[in-house]
Design a protein around this ligand. Structure first.
Ligand code: FAD
Length: 500
């Protein structure tokens, strides 16, 4: 059956990102796209930190970066600072760019390990531009913005997600997406195929569709409530299941940092996301180990400024749908699954789901091949990200609370077990099946959490002498030169994309 009517249920970040991207299919095709959202239900109201592929998503839609950041009061992000994770009083940085560069085809951290074992005292962080820029609160995008003729900086954004969704709404509506306000109260299935035929609104209207995109948030109105697709629960690996969020002003006068901060507490962790006008803050915790009131007290005691709203308490279960695409329903965003925002991966998963959907979609009709490919690739992507997030909990020496005792001792997926052991023994990280996180990401988090490399690639031992020393010194010096030439992050933001 040809696809002539696409219905998106939900108008949060996922719904409007999907609407904006799909609206580009309308040109040259006989296609209607409708988006249903309910002001009464509202959106989740959190989700402000992104990762670098989000920059590409906006480029693909030809959204002007300056306009987007001004409208969403956004700032730049070079990575994530993790405080008190491996052990209390310790912090490390997970940068978006690579450590150094490959030397004779060998990843830089092997070379660094060899030099370190020969007595070079320099920490690996001095060989990473994003870490150094973050440390000095500096920022510039590319060679256009700074005098040094050096590679561009890898970055993402902190955005006010509500404002970003409003921008995408305008974008999508201009391109012919029709928004319907109201609540879906019923879903009609075709008796024979089990496909969703229509949804019924609270005013009695029926909205028919050929393809439904379920962006209804945690409730999974179509994918779960109507189609009973099933959910893989990962709570045993990712036990946090609550969050409380409060935005605050920055009346301590501190400039917005060019990174997200994640501070571990006794049964979870706190995020701090600096926007131009305020900080986003929240405390993710595990209800089995901490009461709501205690979680709120910890958050309030650690805000950088005054609260700007009442606390927003949220519940979730980490995991994913058994199928993301089921019959003629494709679930995107929280309707598809959820992993806590430790590595800011949720909006990214919205982005990649949309990209995959647009790539495999045929307006001539839905086939099992499309559905299977989409599900297989999405499942793999979730599983790899899951392993990376579990790593932060498992690789800790914290023993100051029952929660950390649980995490340190829990069993983990075999895939992750192998990855940790391989790194410990050889320093090797295999980036598998196009996974999101790079060798530097894995190495940064493993070393940051206290997993020390015991060896390095033996090919590294061929390298040495004054040439190698000169090359390594050159990397450090050029990074220092580049960072020195950058303006302060706050100054850059004020000049480049001041808030509307
Ligand atoms: P929602 O925002 O919940 O939107 C659901 C939509 O469906 C709404 O418009 C609602 O009105 C509509 N709807 C639901 N039911 C009906 C109905 N019956 N009829 C009509 N409409 C209906 N992601 C990141 O990438 N970075 C982060 O820093 C980050 N932080 C997070 C922190 C927390 C604590 C949580 C829980 C999530 C975080 N996320 C983060 C995830 C991010 O918030 C979501 O991925 C993103 O907002 C997309 O949400 P959504 O659009 O799927 O769902």
């Amino acid at each position: 059956m040809a696809i002539r009517r696409i219905v998106i249920v939900g108008g949060g970040t996922a719904g409007w990102m999907a609407a904006a991207a799909l609206s580009r299919l309308k040109a040259g095709h006989d296609l209607s796209i409708e988006l249903i959202e309910s002001e009464q239900i509202g959106t989740i109201g959190v989700g402000e930190a992104t990762i670098p592929p989000f920059v590409q998503f906006n480029k693909l839609l030809e959204i002007d970066e300056r306009e987007m950041l001004a409208a969403s009061k956004g700032t730049f992000k070079l990575g994530i600072q993790f405080v008190n994770w491996g052990k209390q009083g310790h912090n490390y940085f997970h940068p978006f760019g690579a450590y150094g560069y490959e030397i004779d085809g060998i990843s830089f951290h092997h070379v660094w390990h060899k030099l370190r074992s020969e007595g070079d005292p320099r920490p690996i962080q001095v060989f990473n531009a994003e870490t150094m820029a973050a440390m000095f609160q500096r920022f510039a995008r590319t060679a256009d913005d700074h005098p040094a003729d050096l590679p561009p900086i890898n970055y993402a954004y902190h955005i006010d997600a509500g404002r970003y969704a409003a921008l995408l709404r305008k974008y999508a509506e201009v391109r012919g997406v029709v928004r319907r306000e109201g609540m879906v109260v019923d879903v009609a299935l075709d008796g024979e195929s089990g496909f969703v035929r229509s949804v019924t609104m609270n005013d009695g209207q029926h909205i028919d569709g050929d393809l439904f995109v379920d962006c209804s948030g945690f409730r999974g109105l179509l994918i779960e409530q109507a189609l009973e697709t099933g959910y893989e629960d990962w709570s045993h690996w990712l036990p946090c299941n609550r969050a409380v969020a409060i935005p605050c002003n920055r009346d301590d006068g501190s400039p917005p940092a060019p990174y997200t901060r994640s501070t571990a507490w006794s049964a979870g962790w706190q995020w701090q996301v600096p926007l131009q006008h305020r900080n986003g803050n929240g405390h993710v915790y595990c209800a089995e180990f901490m009461e709501n009131q205690e979680a709120l007290d910890i958050l309030l005691a650690n805000l950088a400024g005054k609260p700007l709203a009442d606390p927003n308490f949220l519940r979730f279960v980490s995991g994913r749908r058994k199928k993301f695409w089921n019959r003629n329903v494709v679930a995107i965003g929280l309707a598809a699954g959820f992993m806590e925002p430790l590595e800011s991966t949720s909006i990214h998963l919205v982005n990649t789901a949309i990209t995959k959907l647009v790539s495999v979609l045929s307006l001539d009709g839905i086939t099992p091949t499309q559905e299977n490919a989409f599900n297989r690739l999405s499942g793999r992507e979730y599983d790899r990200i899951r392993d990376f997030i579990i790593l932060h909990y498992k690789a800790t020496s914290r023993d100051d609370s029952p929660f950390w005792d649980y995490c340190r001792n829990m069993s983990i997926p075999d895939t992750l077990e192998e990855k940790i052991e391989l790194f410990r023994q050889t320093g090797q990280v295999f980036r598998e099946e196009d996974e999101l996180f790079t060798e530097t990401s894995w190495a940064a988090v493993m070393m940051g959490q206290g997993i020390a490399m015991e060896g390095h690639n033996p090919m590294t031992d061929r390298l040495g002498g004054s040439d190698l020393k000169r090359e390594i010194d050159g990397i450090e010096q050029s990074i220092r030169y580049m960072v020195n030439a950058m303006p302060a992050h706050e100054q850059f933001v004020k000049a480049y994309c001041p808030a509307d």
